[in-house]
Design a protein around this ligand. Structure first.
Ligand SMILES: CC(C)(COP(=O)(O)OP(=O)(O)OC[C@H]1O[C@@H](n2cnc3c(N)ncnc32)[C@H](O)[C@@H]1OP(=O)(O)O)[C@@H](O)C(=O)NCCC(=O)NCCS
Length: 193
């Protein structure tokens, strides 16, 4: 079994709160969530988020709607995660995770971890092979992410290599992805589509 995947399952086993969140409080994002989500993104990231390299990718296409999830506490929307399909010139089947966001008032309740785990599991069932992101390694390493070897993949803009991370949904998947990453429009050319 892929090491990343085994670590994820072990982490889940030891986190009953995350499992509870997955089954009861995480659901697919809907069109009606947009305004509330935008308010959370503004609160957490501010308008500067549009200048980020990850946004260059996201604005090229858009997230896979099957992998856009929100977390709710009662009727309040408290977090979200999206995944945008990306490809190199030779290889499709990858995703760029982001944004991942949790309202500061709800931080440290495993909501962020549960959203990521739920997204990774669903992405695997859809046939995706690799998840990439630009984010804090100290946070994402706990979920099994590692640093992309310097120079193997590029994004359309500058990225701190220490923050460019990957998670393999299939063993050795990263080896097949080299060169410039771009968003791909639907149909995403993932094996199950
Ligand atoms: C990062 C974020 C999603 C974490 O959400 P969360 O629901 O609070 O996370 P969890 O409850 O799953 O995990 C909390 C743990 O992660 C740690 N943590 C949170 N953010 C961290 C970071 N940026 N770096 C390192 N550790 C971090 C917390 O200290 C906590 O540690 P503890 O378990 O030892 O107390 C949330 O803080 C957030 O929205 N941050 C701003 C946006 C962002 O940075 N998004 C990720 C990049 S796209």
């Amino acid at each position: 079994m892929n090491r990343n995947w085994r670590e994820l399952q072990l982490a889940e086993k030891h986190s009953s709160r995350a499992i509870k969140l997955e089954t009861e409080q995480i659901r697919r994002a809907e069109a009606g969530d947009a305004v509330e989500l935008e308010a959370i993104l503004n609160q957490v990231f501010g308008p500067g988020r549009f200048a980020r390299t990850s946004y260059r990718i996201r604005e090229q296409s858009g997230p896979d709607p099957r992998l856009s999830f929100v977390a709710e506490a009662g009727t309040e929307l408290v977090g979200a995660v999206y995944f945008t399909p990306v490809a190199t010139p030779q290889q499709s089947g990858a995703l760029l995770l982001g944004p991942l966001v949790v309202k500061p008032e709800y931080a440290r309740r495993q909501i962020g971890s549960a959203l990521v785990r739920h997204g990774l599991k669903t992405a695997k069932t859809l046939g995706y092979r690799l998840v990439l992101l630009v984010g804090d390694w100290p946070y994402f390493r706990r979920l099994g992410f590692r640093q992309v070897p310097s120079g193997q993949l590029t994004l359309p803009g500058p990225v701190n290599p220490a923050r460019f991370l990957y998670f393999e949904l299939q063993e050795q998947a990263l080896d097949d992805f080299t060169g410039p990453l771009q968003a791909i429009a639907p149909p995403y050319n993932s094996p199950r589509l």
